[in-house]
Design a protein around this ligand. Sequence first.
Ligand code: SF4
Length: 381
Amino acid sequence: MKYVDEFRDGALARKVGAKIAAEARPSRTYNLMEFCGGHTHAISRYGLKDLLPANVNMIHGPGCPVCVLPIGRIDNAIELAARPGLILTTYADTMRVPASKGLSLLKAKARGADIRMVYSSADAIRIAQEHPDREVVFFAIGFETTTPPTAVAIRQAEALGLANFSVFCNHVLTPSAIANILESKEVREFGTVPLDGFVGPAPVSTVIGSGPYEYFAEEYRKPVVIAGFEPLDVMQAILMLVRQLNEGRAEVENEFTRAVGREGNAKAKALVAEVFELRRSFEWRGLGEVPYSALRIKEKYRACDAEARYGITYRSVPDNKACECGAILRGVKKPADCRVFGTVCTPENPIGSCMVSSEGACAAHYTYGRFKGVPVVGAEA
Ligand code: SF4
């Protein structure tokens, strides 16, 4: 298939790996965070670590939308779904995230709540149209990539006069999370998370552009290379980061030029600005309360705001004590550091959110990393 196969060429990936090995200085380490869960997935799936020298260390970041959703928000959604007659709609991965009292949306559904999996916010609108006598709530999660479709749904509901439709908005922002990590004690004070640079997100950057990362390059002296999700994209981005670090540069570079520009998608950004505004603070799993890191629905679209309509109150709930998701999302630990990884906690029986979505670090490691002889990139071709 054109445009995909050429970015999965195993021989070429090995050549890029050899270049990285030749250019990485043995006297130092290169600690690179892949912010995005899609990159974590690609690194595990294609065995890219096997192509890197030992002194190039990849650290997982918090860029998996399901993983960063705190338990309290899932509890809120389950409470909503328990309201008589209400239909809760949400994306598939959200269904299996563990909540309080051993529940999840999937288990709540099994107990009788009307919770429906949708592929898009447009599906939620359709369900509201099909059930004018029922309240329909879209449980919206995700980074900047999924925010514009939620904005479209809200605008559409208003245009259609769909009074039975509302959105429980939990959209979060990538640059705030990067800033939070760079300001964390583990990075700034203790040095337990040595961070030299970032592989920047792919789909998020198609919306926001490469511009917002310039701050991190300038203020924190951390290079950022935006990369696509294919294995050659990731390998090339790592090579570009190694070169920047060798040359003492800290710039924003764009490997994913086929989809990302500096300004991003102006239309999508305008739509988001029309419907949403910044929250003062939002709790992230792993990162805790992060100021101005999430969006809420503007007053002018209040009729579509489920938080206002149902008086949703957020309560912070601690993670399962056995689960290391918080530390993994901060880059402090790796999935194998968790005592229950692959034993008690598996994709079939996730204890924490990082084992739920394919973008979660634990799920990626479990699926692709724990068996010997996993083929490296291109071997399946
Ligand atoms: S293996 Fe399971 S319990 Fe452990 S950190 Fe990962 S998701 Fe949490």
